[in-house]
Design a protein around this ligand. Structure first.
Ligand code: GAL
Length: 427
């Protein structure tokens, strides 16, 4: 009897431990949402900012060709993503999604093949709601969002050879827990296909997910949009919920308004690059596009944040200067640094000085001038986390120069410009 009781007690303790272990494993599962993808952020091109719903297969093929011929693919811009409005407004009788027959007569599989043949990954768009955002806004007909069709659509995407899914929240507000569950459904459907499809989600458009709750998507998606749409302007167009400019993004990050859990395999998405984009026209008036200083600021800060770099410009007409910026190898090395530790603003500062530790022990430093006049930065190296006992070689990423540096860093930065440095201890 005593022996039998002992066996029962031991079995109960073992069972409890197994339950406890599996629960804590599920909770602490810090693994990637979709296995088999790189540890660093994706780079590529997305159709939305340049074309909106006005897309067709010739434009997408052309964008793929431009990525190759411009040298962008070889610099790392590997994905070509077709955003909203690629589909026929209604599903077929079996519930299957179809490409719009008029604008994509060759179908999406052929387009994926076209991208793959050029060494590119192929991306597509859908939404976690019955209608996509363009359908909800009334700018595209029909009702073809993936809500309720997650498994079927994930299989379709995998069959077509899709490598990247941009998945938008276009519904009404929902609480964070519900939003996480809905996005997790598509994650599980993607996982079930066995194809490593990068899962890029936007829970931010109208969902009401508070910034503090955005970290809940680590483990649910590969990358999560944390900002409103960034447009090619320096400063605000439309307030809190509306579109934001490059300076607004930096301001918000400095104020801690983007809660962000970037780590290897998971990335906060600050939205697409506005670099090289055509000027916006608002109420009939053209707003000048980003200046080269402002372009440098966007690229420098996105790289400091280890963020995805998705181009939103028309594939042609990128100036040699902008192309040089986008393919700057020293800048891309910071963005793609394998440590994947995003920059933080220097403590006690005004959000204009940022540092980021890199995998070789060096430190990336961004000095952002958000003012409309030149700004002299004068800062001690210790304030940047660099011990005075060492001597440093400091590379200026945009100028392509480097110099020895000790004790104080004094630099003049033009209005709206950013100086991006990489400091390496040499003694
Ligand atoms: C928005 C999103 C844009 C684009 C658009 C398509 O919610 O922020 O990047 O995807 O939907 O309708």
């Amino acid at each position: 009897m005593a022996a039998a009781t002992l066996v029962l007690v031991v079995a109960a303790v073992l069972a409890w431990n197994v339950i406890r272990l599996s629960r804590s494993t599920a909770r602490s599962a810090a693994g990637p949402a979709i296995p088999g993808l790189p540890a660093t952020a994706p780079l590529g091109w997305n159709s939305w900012n340049a074309y909106g719903c006005d897309i067709d297969e010739a434009k997408i093929r052309h964008a793929a060709d431009a990525l190759v011929s411009s040298g962008m693919r070889d610099a790392g811009y590997r994905y070509v993503v077709v955003d909203d409005c690629w589909f026929s407004p209604e599903r077929d009788p079996t519930g299957q999604l179809r490409a719009d027959p008029a604008r994509f007569p060759g179908g999406m599989r052929a387009l994926a093949d076209y991208a793959h043949a050029r060494g590119l990954g192929f991306g597509i768009y859908s939404s976690a709601s019955p209608q996509t955002c363009a359908q909800m806004a009334g700018s595209y007909p029909g009702s073809t969002g993936s809500r309720g069709h997650e498994r079927q659509d994930a299989r379709t995407f995998a069959d077509w050879g899709v490598d990247f899914l941009k998945y938008d929240w276009c519904g009404s507000s929902a609480d964070a827990a519900e939003t996480v569950d809905v996005f997790a459904e598509m994650r599980d459907a993607l996982r079930a296909t066995g194809r490593p499809i990068l899962y890029s989600i936007n829970p931010n458009s109208g969902s009401g997910v508070a910034p503090g709750d955005l970290n809940r998507f680590a483990g649910v998606a590969t990358m999560t949009r944390i900002s409103s749409d960034v447009v090619p302007v320096w400063h605000a167009l439309g307030g809190e919920a509306g579109m934001i400019g490059v300076r607004d993004a930096v301001d918000r990050a400095a104020e801690g308004k983007f809660s962000c859990a970037t780590r290897p395999g998971y990335f906060c998405d600050y939205d697409m690059l506005a670099i090289g984009a055509a000027p916006m026209v608002v109420d009939g008036a053209e707003i000048p596009a980003l200046t080269s200083e402002e372009e440098r600021t966007q690229l420098a800060m996105w790289a400091m944040w280890a963020a995805p770099l998705m181009l939103g410009n028309e594939p042609d007409g990128v100036s040699a200067r902008t192309l040089g910026l986008l393919t700057n190898r020293a800048l891309l090395a910071i963005d793609q640094d394998p440590l994947v530790r995003p920059a933080a603003p220097v403590r006690g500062g005004d959000g204009s000085l940022w540092t980021r530790p890199l995998s070789d022990g060096s430190t990336a430093i961004a000095l952002v001038n958000r003012d409309d006049a030149p700004r002299l930065f004068s800062t001690g190296l210790t304030g940047l986390g660099l011990p005075l006992s060492r001597r440093y070689e400091v590379a200026d990423v945009f100028a392509g120069t480097s110099r020895a540096q000790s004790v104080m860093l004094r630099v003049l930065v033009a209005p709206h410009d950013t100086m991006l440095l990489r400091a390496r201890a040499v003694s």
